[in-house]
Design a binder for this molecule. Sequence first.
Ligand SMILES: [Fe+2]
Ligand SMILES: [Fe+2]
Length: 172
Amino acid sequence: MKTYICEICGDAYLGTEAPSKCPFCGADRSYIKSGGEASPAFRREGDISEESKKNLLETLDLEMKANAIYLCMAGKADSYELEKMYKRLAKVELEHATIVTKFLGLQMPSGLTEQCSDEDIENFKRTVELEEYASGLYTKFAKEVGEQKIKIFFAALAKVEAEHIELIKNYL
Ligand SMILES: [Fe+2]
Ligand SMILES: [Fe+2]
């Protein structure tokens, strides 16, 4: 067993080889480093521009909302597989929110409650819409922000959310 560390969320993965994606935040293999080569992931460093703060706060809201929506969908899922898939998505989005709070030096907000459909098919469609919106937003933020670390974070996140669409397409 070895220690691998994700440079996006800073969580350690213990295993015999690096996972193809971070199991916690979903970041690509390229961000997962051998323990000895990893540098500390994101945390508050100096001042963040007002524009970046605004983008990060919008991200925090969206991720908390996605977390609540996916918990609702997990509760309504018609199969064990879908329940577990939505629970994992909820945890991944919560991890994204946690990274943002580290950038901003904020406490984690309390969880929200969101409504969702009783029908899996409706929930799949809503998931795709939500993830398309998130992926587009983070792609735009990655271009806009000046701080290099925040740029990398948004680029990594845009890809994770786009992959969530691919995941749901398997069920449509
Ligand atoms: Fe997310
Ligand atoms: Fe997502």
